[in-house]
Design a protein around this ligand. Structure first.
Ligand SMILES: NC(=O)c1ccc[n+]([C@@H]2O[C@H](COP(=O)([O-])OP(=O)(O)OC[C@H]3O[C@@H](n4cnc5c(N)ncnc54)[C@H](OP(=O)(O)O)[C@@H]3O)[C@@H](O)[C@H]2O)c1
Length: 263
């Protein structure tokens, strides 16, 4: 057993991190470059309260902190695509990813677009296509749905300039198909920001490679879901600890799926 905190390794004040150092810490592993194979890496990023809630009053912001949002921003800036469930878009008022001058060179060098695309997963497509997420993105927002999605809403999304991708034959998306679908479009460094329904589906489908979980030193009680809210897995899936950072009582943990590590 090791004591990570309080740390005895380096006495004195905690070192300051630069955004570049944080970007190195969270850099994606090499995925599929130079090969025809649609390699990909799907990382989840969530914040939870000490008692396991993912929101307070329907928003994750009350659980977050300045440093949590800094990491959130760095993870976005490293990704090719941000995959998010429609309810989170509706409830959190999602906007498009913003350009960040500090990452422009890094992204260009890696052959990435200036910002990650946002891919919204939805079955019902009850979305407001007049929102900036759909009308003002730097790179076009994608909508991932099933082939059985309501045709009139698919048409409405297309009229609004949104590209509709199909992953699954019914109205629901088959989560197992999503990473490959995006990777075949060159979107290999994948980040999902949940919410709990979508994240639980990715985990259940066995496609979640990594989980960046911020543990917030706050208790909210109530009945908010955990970071994954869906059918129970037949067996617990093992993840291995890859890193822990701490600031202001927040733990910024990073776990990789053990099957991935063993490969
Ligand atoms: N703490 C955090 O880090 C964090 C992160 C994200 C969200 N949240 C919170 O989580 C809450 C929302 O939770 P949630 O679980 O409802 O959100 P969610 O997973 O973002 O959204 C659920 C919706 O996504 C779509 N969806 C999910 N799986 C699908 C599938 N297989 N096929 C087709 N569509 C699918 C459906 O949209 P349609 O209804 O359009 O069909 C479904 O209603 C919010 O309060 C938000 O603040 C917290």
């Amino acid at each position: 057993m090791r004591r990570l905190f309080p740390s005895t390794a380096v006495p004195g004040p905690a070192p300051e991190w630069s955004t570049e150092e944080l970007a190195e810490e969270y850099a994606y592993p090499p995925v599929g470059e130079g090969s025809d194979e649609a390699g990909w890496w799907l990382r989840g990023n969530m914040v939870a309260s000490l008692d396991g809630a993912v929101h307070h009053g329907g928003r994750s912001q009350p659980l977050s902190s300045r440093t949590d949002m800094w990491i959130f921003g760095v993870l976005r800036a490293l990704a090719d695509v941000v995959v998010v469930g429609a309810q989170t878009v509706r409830q959190e008022g999602y906007g498009p990813a913003k350009r960040r001058s500090g990452f422009a060179g890094r992204r260009a060098a890696q052959g990435q677009a200036p910002v990650p695309a946002v891919a919204v997963v939805s079955a019902g497509l009850e979305l407001d296509f007049s929102l900036p997420l759909f009308t003002e993105p730097v790179v076009p927002t994608l909508l991932v749905t099933g082939r059985g999605a309501p045709e009139d809403r698919v048409a409405r999304a297309r009229e609004a300039g949104v590209e509709v991708l199909f992953a699954g034959e019914g109205s629901a998306v088959d989560p197992a198909l999503v990473p490959g679908l995006l990777a075949r479009r060159g979107l290999r460094r994948q980040l999902t920001e949940g919410g709990p329904t979508l994240l639980g589906e990715f985990a259940g489908a066995g496609v979640l490679d990594e989980l960046c979980l911020s543990i917030s030193p706050r208790i909210v009680a109530g009945s908010a879901p955990r970071i994954m809210n869906g059918p129970v897995l037949p067996d617990p899936d093992e993840y291995v600890l890859d890193g822990v950072l701490e600031e202001d009582g927040f733990l910024f943990t990073r776990y990789r799926r053990s099957r991935v590590v063993a490969e």
